[in-house]
Design a protein around this ligand. Structure first.
Ligand code: MN
Length: 238
């Protein structure tokens, strides 16, 4: 049986003349490609009521959490920092509920960028709301804009053996489009990689089947097809 991977959607909350409405749910095609090319079936889960989380998780074998907005600091007990970017409580609540339900049903989760941060917060961890102003040791450009999204820019420092062994080349560069990052890693998560300035770039938890990276492998797929190995490795965990 083909493995079904639920991908919670993102949405557009601002008026958008292209669609003639304020409310559009969407998911970038490169996440869908990563899942489909790994032989799994991508199923987009539209942002909805948290009460639907159990039914949604019942219908899929795993979750993939995509990038996007900042996570609201209310979920880790802070007021919004001056440099906090756009937040969306609807998306936060829905994804946090899906993460908790997937863990309860022992279904694997792959978190990418914001997805990594959502997993950490769901389990009681905290975030830097804005790395440049809150992380004094920041010496690496973690928002590589205006460099293109498919262009990897910074190195990783591996912290031990993990599911990424043989999947991501240990000398590889990764791309980087984040101004938030994990501050306190939630209990039970294993640190897999940081950047050279110590920002958390990957963690996992084999017991709870959680796998997360701070970079954007889906954006590298077209220019660096070897990145597909990361999606394949996740699907092999299901
Ligand atoms: Mn980075």
């Amino acid at each position: 049986m083909v493995k079904k991977i639920g991908i919670p959607s993102n949405n557009v909350l601002h008026a958008n003349p292209r669609f003639g409405t304020n409310y559009v749910d969407y998911m970038q095609k490169n996440y869908i490609d990563g899942v489909a090319n790994a032989g799994a079936l991508p199923i987009i889960l539209p942002i909805g009521d948290t009460k639907l989380a159990e039914d949604y998780i019942n219908t899929v074998d795993a979750l993939l959490l995509a990038g996007g907005q900042d996570v609201s600091p209310e979920y880790f007990g802070e007021e919004p920092h001056l440099k906090l970017a756009e937040i969306d409580h609807g998306r936060d609540d829905f994804e946090l509920a899906l993460v908790r339900e997937a863990i309860r049903q022992e279904k694997p989760i792959f978190g990418i960028c914001r997805g990594l941060q959502v997993i950490n917060v769901a389990l009681g961890g905290t975030l830097y709301q804005d790395l440049p102003s809150q992380y004094a040791g920041m010496t690496v450009k973690h928002n590589q804009y205006p460099t293109k999204w498919y262009m990897p820019t910074h190195h990783l420092v591996w912290q031990g053996h993990s599911w990424l062994d043989g999947v991501v080349d240990e000398t590889a560069l990764v791309n980087s489009f984040h101004h938030q990052a994990v501050k306190d890693l939630a209990e039970g998560l294993t640190l897999d990689a940081t950047s050279t300035d110590g920002v958390i770039e990957a963690f996992s938890d084999e017991l709870r089947h959680l796998y997360a990276v701070q970079w954007h492998p889906e954006m590298l797929l077209m220019a660096h097809p070897e990145t597909q190995k990361l999606f394949n490795a996740f699907v092999a965990k299901i």
